[in-house]
Design a protein around this ligand. Structure first.
Ligand code: HEC
Length: 140
């Protein structure tokens, strides 16, 4: 989540803004830590970040993994693969939108992506104190 989905979706979200077109590559783009300013930058970074999210959804379905609180990833709960599949679809939509370099299409795709993240989070991640807080993440 923190290593792939968060940074990759931020690249897609950045492409929604008008300033995105003005971003210049870093002085040495082959050493850049900012994907948008790197040698694979600009719209290519948006394409690649979309693909990174789409491919990484497979990791969310690997058996035997645990959430940060030690609870098993809820693979047996039919909603989990559904949310994973919605995310994959949204990421594929972002990839297609990035290929067009059309900001209106990226706006729609970014919106669908954010919705796919938040649908799953509202069930499995956001646990209020009265729901047991983080200790109850990854359970319904
Ligand atoms: C299939 C469900 C699901 C989807 C889809 C999903 N997440 Fe998550 N996310 C989780 C769960 C569960 C956690 C808590 C994981 C843990 O504590 O081990 C989490 C945690 C996170 C965290 C860490 C937050 C924290 O306080 O620890 C970030 C950042 C994050 N997700 C970003 C994203 C983004 C961005 C997307 C969409 C591109 C996304 N996630 C899509 C289930 C999902």
């Amino acid at each position: 989540m923190q290593g792939i989905f968060f940074p990759s979706s931020n690249v897609i979200f950045a492409a929604q803004h008008d300033e995105f077109a003005q971003v210049k590559p870093d002085a040495d783009p082959s050493l850049s830590t900012d994907p948008i300013k790197s040698v694979y930058g600009s719209w290519l970074a948006v394409e690649n970040s979309s693909l990174a999210i789409a491919e990484a959804t497979n990791l969310l379905l690997l058996p035997g993994r645990r959430c940060s609180n030690g609870r098993p990833v809820p693979l047996m709960d039919p909603d989990w693969p559904k949310y994973v599949s919605d995310l994959r679809q949204a990421a594929q939509g972002a990839y297609k939108a990035a290929q067009t370099k059309d900001q209106d299409r990226i706006l729609d795709a970014a919106d669908a992506l954010a919705t796919a993240c938040s649908h799953c989070h509202s069930v499995y991640r956001e646990k209020a104190p009265e729901q047991g807080g983080e200790a109850n993440r990854c359970v319904k």
